[in-house]
Design a protein around this ligand. Structure first.
Ligand code: ADP
Ligand code: MG
Length: 724
């Protein structure tokens, strides 16, 4: 009997190879399969007549096979073959063509006189109407075929049909025993008007109508939001429920002045206010819990450095946690000399530091030699113990798990709780900020350092390629530098499965970030596109940067870009956060529709940091209206908060929530299995329900909430695991 925890290897048809492929997608058990939602649907229910259908459109046809399929070899060397036959409906006939699928004729897959539903694009070839590599299903009168066919995000080794059949199998098994899994109690379901788990699962995977899709989405969106709300609420109560000895600070105001006046530039008013807030918090006698939020480039780092300075001067150590190695290295390069002048010792601790070096750092942290330690997740690993940790700073907080704030706290060797400062460059819509950071005080850096110019933003299609190349030449001739961002790392084949490439119009989730893959718009990968650009721009030095490189490789590529040795950097979103190269003036984002707005805003923030005029070009061939609308907002405003609000209303909070992989994010992958598009109303509803639930069942122990409680606990724990 299949239950939610049945390992996928025990499901029919899943051997070691497919199992490995599923695991790559984060699918380990039967329930994970159900939580693997389609990224969209093919609408095959709208059957057309051959004569009524324009060329180049994806449509469904019901056709009778007219001739026996025959396979010819076209190229022996390349082992290319073509299989064709004629098929017809009342309105006309068409030549159906498949490449490299000789088994279609050999195994007599098609019988003359039988009917099939085909789905594909009509083209003209040699003046003959042609259906090229369509999807097909046997058609029997009176036996309806599904109108909507789910399309899943897949990986090499998995096929759509097979994946759908696995999911269908699990759903059917669950349907026989509907009580097997239901985290949301009946009371809550009644109150919020959502259906049950298994009904929602059937509806979202195998919908018969748009209403079904909606019904399914409502359930999963609400249940994820509820879990999210419960996590946040539990952490808040955890954080406030025990009492600490606070790291004591004195003389902070004078020290802050000392720090500020030693700088060789003038702080903005907003920066001064933030530093004043920090210095007041630190000497207030209770623990600082402060969020500094402000747009990209607003100068948050220096406020954090000020806090570290106050700590060191008070004899406390600071842990400065950042999401990526590249950013850690950059911070170290900036901050170390600044603090060294004041006799403060800074160290860099990342996963790529040699074990022997690590050992020394561990020792120096333990004996208090090191005042400030900048690092990635490595800072959170076991074995790292501070002698006198008085302050933890987290940069780009939104990249970390929800619980990170308490994690470092538990690592101190003494019984004193450090002060907490978090920074976020993703301007968080106010509604969401209240929910996520409700227990934090915040300082807004709402003023940019002087001299910043507006970044001109353009949205173009790939037809502009030549002009873009010319523009790159012009800017680099003038000594400026350029970023090109691609959504994928390596060769396409690695990331997309074979039948994912077949194409076909896909109805994305309403307003979801996953824009339909048009079949025309190639997904650019940093490695491949970097090579192309090297060929097109032989006179330029071009660096390639992506998350699959080793840290030392990444570092050397970044270093040579920062030093101006390479003029163009082709990268994935590894550079999304925090990188600061003032000489870079052009940001090009390929397949821009695949990114969230806030992410695009972050990327755009990589330019416009120097004195020169800067530009951002978003390249997209998307035909989705929603995607076009989203991108055009980038043209209209440079205001991160407006952009964040739009993202929230068009895509839901997914973008702002902690990510499962704590950093090396893929678009649309959040801690939540579904790309959420929802209104703040649903979010507020989830928060209300969560609070109410916790007020009468604080540990979620009642029978109807037990399963939910178990999942919340798991989520909280895995957030920590994700950080290590
Ligand atoms: P973010 O808020 O995105 O983390 P940073 O702290 O990296 O921004 O600052 C962006 C750039 O602005 C850095 O090069 C920094 O040195 C510079 N900067 C910060 N504050 C000021 C200021 N008051 N005047 C001039 N430049 C500043
Ligand atoms: Mg920053």
């Amino acid at each position: 009997m299949i239950n939610p925890d049945t390992p996928i290897s025990e499901l029919p048809g899943i051997g070691p190879v497919r199992r490995a492929a599923f695991e790559k997608l984060g699918i380990f058990c039967a329930k994970d399969l159900i939580m693997h939602f389609p990224r969209g649907y093919q609408h095959r229910g709208d059957v057309k007549m051959l004569s009524d259908t324009g060329l180049g459109e994806n449509s469904a046809f019901i056709l009778t096979v007219g001739t026996i399929p025959r396979t010819e070899t076209i190229s022996r060397q390349k082992r290319m073959s073509i299989t064709r036959f004629n098929a017809f409906d009342e309105s006309g006939k068409v030549s159906v063509v498949f490449f490299n699928r000789p088994y279609l004729s050999r195994d007599r897959v098609f019988e003359v006189g039988e009917r099939y539903r085909f789905y594909g694009k009509l083209t003209k070839y040699n003046n003959k109407l042609t259906l090229n590599s369509p999807i097909f299903e046997p058609y029997k009168e009176g036996v309806p075929l599904p109108a909507f066919v789910p399309i899943y995000p897949l990986t090499a080794g998995l096929k759509q049909k097979f994946t759908a059949s696995c999911i269908e199998g699990v759903i059917t098994a669950f349907e026989r025993n509907p009580d097997i899994y239901e985290p949301i109690s009946e009371g809550i379901r009644r109150k919020t008007g959502i259906c049950g788990f298994i009904e929602a699962a059937r509806a979202i995977h195998f919908p018969e109508s748009y209403e079904d899709i909606d019904k399914g989405r409502r359930y999963f969106v609400f249940s994820e939001l509820l879990k999210f709300a419960l996590c946040i609420e539990s952490i808040k109560s955890e954080n406030t429920s025990f009492s600490y000895n606070i790291a004591e600070f004195t003389d902070t105001e004078r020290l802050a002045d000392e720090f500020t006046s030693a700088l060789n530039f003038t702080l903005t008013g907003a920066q001064k206010r933030a530093i004043a807030d920090i210095s007041a918090d630190l000497s207030s006698g209770s623990r600082m819990d402060r969020l500094i939020y402000g747009d990209v480039g607003s100068g948050k780092t220096i406020c954090a450095v000020a806090a570290a300075y106050l700590a060191a001067k008070n004899g406390w150590q600071t842990a400065f946690l950042v999401p990526t190695e590249v950013l850690a290295a950059q911070h170290y390069a900036n901050i170390e000399p600044m603090l060294a002048k004041a006799g403060i010792k800074t160290a860099l601790l990342t996963g790529s530091v040699k074990p022997s070096q690590k050992k020394i750092i561990y020792q120096d942290l333990e004996n208090g030699e090191i005042d400030v330690c900048i690092g990635t997740h490595a800072l959170l690993s076991e074995g790292v113990g501070f002698r006198r940790l008085g302050l933890t700073i987290t940069d780009e907080q939104h990249r970390f798990g929800v619980r990170q704030r308490s994690t470092l706290t538990q690592q101190t060797l003494h019984e004193i709780s450090p002060h907490i400062l978090v920074m976020s460059a993703t301007p968080i819509p106010r509604t969401l900020a209240l929910i996520i950071y409700g227990d934090l005080k915040s300082s807004a850096i709402d003023e940019l350092p002087p001299g910043r110019k507006k970044i001109d933003t353009f949205v173009v299609n790939s037809g502009y390629h030549e002009r873009l190349i010319a523009f790159i030449k012009k800017l680099t001739d003038e000594g400026q530098q350029v970023y090109v961002i691609c959504p994928a790392v390596g060769a396409l084949a690695e990331e997309l499965s074979e039948d994912d490439l077949v194409g076909g119009e896909i109805i994305p989730f309403p307003d979801s970030a996953d824009s339909p893959r048009d079949g025309t718009g190639e997904i650019k990968s940093a490695i491949k596109y970097g090579q192309t650009l090297r060929e097109e721009l032989p006179e330029l030095k071009i660096g390639i940067l992506h998350g699959k490189m080793s840290s030392s490789e990444k570092e050397s590529v970044m270093d040579s870009f920062a030093a101006g040795e390479t003029q163009l950097l082709v990268a994935t979103t590894v550079i999304e956060v925090g990188i600061d190269v003032p000489n870079a003036t052009l940001m090009i984002v390929e397949n821009a529709e695949r990114f969230g707005l806030s992410q695009l805003h972050q990327l755009r923030g990589r330019v416009g940091r120097g004195k020169q005029k800067s530009y951002c070009v978003l390249v997209s061939d998307t035909k989705s209206e929603t995607a076009v609308r989203r991108l055009s907002i980038m043209k209209e405003t440079n205001d991160g908060f407006k952009i964040a609000e739009t993202d929230l209303s068009m895509r839901g909070p997914g973008e702002f929530l902690p990510r499962r992989d704590g950093g090396a994010m893929q678009h649309g992958v959040s801690d939540f299995g579904i790309t959420m598009s929802t209104d703040t109303e649903t979010l507020n509803l989830a928060m209300d329900i969560a609070r109410e639930l916790l007020s009468y069942d604080p540990k979620l122990e009642r029978p109807e909430n037990k399963l939910l409680g178990k999942e919340i606990q798991h989520k909280l724990n895995s957030n920590i695991a994700a950080l290590n």
